[in-house]
Write a protein that binds this ligand. Sequence first.
Ligand code: ADP
Length: 203
Amino acid sequence: MYVVGLTGGIGSGKSAVSRQLETLGIQVIDADIVAREVVEPGEPALQRIAERFGNEVLTDDGQLDRRQLRAIVFADSKQRTWLEDLLHPLIRDRILQQLDAAQSAYTVLVSPLLLETDQHLLVNHTVVVDVEAAQQISRTASRDNSSEEQVRAILAAQMSREERLDRADSVVDNRGELAALAAQVSNLHQLLLTAAVRESESL
Ligand code: ADP
């Protein structure tokens, strides 16, 4: 099983790259979706969170109120650590199950926190999508209808562009048009197919 980690800052183009790889027949596991699944109603993690923080972190229909929870853990690093210690192993286990079930030539794990969590230990090859900060801000603000200040605050809390690039095995340069992105992803796909075959032959 050859696993490719795909990461990048907010608005760098991770989803755009993922969508293209899916059209090429590659299975993509999205860590953000998994992170939402582990706190759905009925999941033990949601129960533990409600026991610790009270019903104010639940909406009227019993869903996790992310905004409330975020406000609590942003203000208190001890609570944040507790929450991460609860969720990260659950997210990792579920990702592992999905990787196990995947059938494509290689599998992609797309995650904004690939390098910040131990998710990077699950991958054979790390792809970083890279853009200028100004592009991250303008593309995210127009995608999410959010203010530039909001996006700037998220950017400031994320790993620096330099550190991320330092840890990349491959870099996709998304500073240009979407057509230029597509050409790079198609080349990257060929490289990853070859790497996956080589890996399976060396076993
Ligand atoms: P991420 O998943 O990394 O947060 P997205 O793939 O959602 O980023 O890209 C952020 C926004 O920018 C989306 O609305 C996307 O359509 C747009 N976008 C991505 N790449 C380009 C590009 N090369 N040129 C113009 N817009 C782009």
